[in-house]
Design a protein around this ligand. Sequence first.
Ligand code: GDP
Length: 444
Amino acid sequence: MFESLSDRLSGIFDKLTGRGALSENDVNEALREIRRALIEADVALPVVRSFTDKVRNRAVGAEVVKSVTPGQMVVKIVHDQLVEMLGAESQGVDLNAAAPVTIMMVGLQGSGKTTTTSKIARRLTQRDKRKVLMASLDTRRPAAQEQLKVLGEQNDVDTLPIVEGQGPVDIAKRAMTAAKLGGYDVVLLDTAGRTHIDEPLMVEMADVKSATQPHEILLVADALTGQDAVNLAKNFDERVGITGIALTRMDGDGRGGAALSMHAVTGKPVKLVGTGEKSDALEDFHPKRIADRILGMGDIVSLVEKAAEAIDAEKAAEMARRMQKGHFDLNDLAEQLKQMEKLGGMSGMMGMLPGVGKMKKQIEASNIDDKMFKRQVAIIQSMTKIEKRKPELLKASRKKRIAAGAGVGVAEVNKLLKMHRQMADMMKQMGKKKGMLGKMMGGL
Ligand code: GDP
């Protein structure tokens, strides 16, 4: 999986990471090569473009952290961008609903739908200890229902008894009833496929959907078909609505274009990948692990992460030292706001501090959210150097200018200044209790 892209990128990064300094030209050259590598891996063009734009923006704005090289920093930025492109969080099949949880499997004929249905059923039964019922709604292809029955027997999973002459919706309804009566946790509905998308197929899918109200609708798509798989997912999503994708034949896919672009193009997560014909050849899709595998540079990524943490800790210690001496100006507040954003917002951070319950309530009452952090930082950035150090200089006309510069009202500037005063007072008091502030500022 992803061998070709992995090979190409490691060549690009070997060149980058060996250097002490990087010029803009070096970065541009690397980005051109990354772009080419992604296109060769069959990643959709708009996805490639947005990927390289984002990497460029981040690389330009990035502070290079002490003890790593600029090249290593670029590797980390590319890694993070890959994870974002792949879908950030790993999302397995969601069983969070009242039993029987219904999973509807959709896709074209030959994509591996029946095989994947039984792989999922086997895994839910063996690994997750669920009671699973499978039903084939494919009345068109001779022996389709029989095929699922055989797979069920091989994997010790129950299948709905076959009744000749029933249509897909009736079979689906019968499956739901049988699942309820039989105390099943999960029902897997293996719908019929076609060689291509056509109107009757879409109507049939919509009918089955409205008759069963499935919790998950998983599109099974063949990774080897590359961008066709991505377009298929888009189509199915627009017509039927899907909750996720299972990509099959990843074992034979050295390029990975479908897996790489699927989430970015459709907005739907790849949840599972099929990695072989055997009934246990099914894996969860983990964006971070896959990015690690593609880049093959896990040690550099964790090195940069650790170095960045160390920098945060240094900054926090410096701030703690200043505050203990009674200094807490608006530069410190801006730095603090940025740190807090990283720590899960103001109330998240306040929640970690002892003895600030009252202030926490005030902060919550003033409705501080993440956007607010950004606006507050913008307010501080609209001030002159002297104003940041001496907020007492801020009278009406200066406040007006700052508010206009940050695109907020004067009231918001006042609110920020009030908060700063309260925090400065609190910091001063806490600074007197030796050691406490240090602990508070990041376990130092
Ligand atoms: P359906 O028509 O969509 O139900 O497709 P099937 O489930 O019958 O699968 C078609 C063929 O693809 C079978 O020979 C499967 O063994 C094979 N297949 C399914 N998933 C995978 C996979 O992840 N890797 C490989 N190599 N073969 C697969």
